[in-house]
Design a protein around this ligand. Structure first.
Ligand code: 5GP
Length: 203
């Protein structure tokens, strides 16, 4: 049986290389769609100056992260960069969905593909592609949040991730942020208007 769009039990996933603009797009969508809630990931990477614990990430020590991993608290988790762990907490997603809101993910490609597999048609999955590696390089340098080492790691990972774009149902090329945001909005509107299988029956 199909149920009609109550927004509950729906999820939206944005993947793409660091510097692709996916986080900016995700923040834009939360302003446009009031029932969207960002799924706050846990990470062991250091907090940046503009970040707030419990808003941008749950910043954990590696030993806390490992202990939560041992407890089975993560839906997916990954060593995204050497020594830097990231993971989606099951309780975070449950809390959002139980409140009748739409869960919004901003994760890397490997984690994103796991989330996509887990939720199936209840999830809209979008890959955000930077216009080129050179442009990505320029954006990361402008952002000035990375050391030279971490910049090179991010670029190396970005090249690999861009080759996985075809695994996602939708690809947005972010050469112009306004256009990319409008495209993302349109995809979400369409997704919310579509019927999806009853979550009870999908599980
Ligand atoms: P950043 O350090 O720039 O915040 O994030 C680095 C990468 O880790 C980004 O691609 C980001 O989307 C990804 N990321 C953030 N949270 C998670 C998560 O919970 N799981 C996975 N697999 N990746 C994540």
């Amino acid at each position: 049986m199909k149920t009609n769009p109550s927004f509950s039990h729906r999820l939206v996933l944005f993947c793409g290389p660091s510097g692709s603009g996916k986080t900016t797009i995700v923040h834009h969508l939360m302003k446009v769609f009031p029932s969207m809630r960002f799924s706050i990931s846990a990470t062991t990477r250091p907090r940046r100056d503009n970040e707030v614990n419990g808003r941008d990430y749950f910043f954990l020590t590696e030993s806390d992260f490992r202990s939560r991993l041992g407890n089975g608290d993560f839906l997916e988790s990954e060593e995204v960069y050497p020594g830097r762990f990231y993971g989606t907490l099951k309780e975070e997603v449950d809390r959002i969905l139980d409140d009748g809101n739409i869960a919004l993910f901003d994760v890397d490609v490997v984690g994103g593909l796991q989330i996509k597999k887990h939720f199936g048609p209840r999830l809209l999955d979008v890959f955000v592609m930077p216009p080129s590696i050179d442009e990505l390089h320029r954006r990361l340098v402008t952002r000035a949040t990375e050391t030279e080492d971490s910049l090179m790691r991010r670029l190396g990972k970005a090249e690999k991730e861009m080759q996985s774009a075809f695994r996602f149902s939708h690809v947005i090329v972010n050469s112009d942020l306004d256009k990319a945001q409008a495209e993302a909005e349109q995809l979400v509107r369409q997704f919310l208007a579509d019927e999806i299988p009853d979550p009870e029956e999908a599980e």
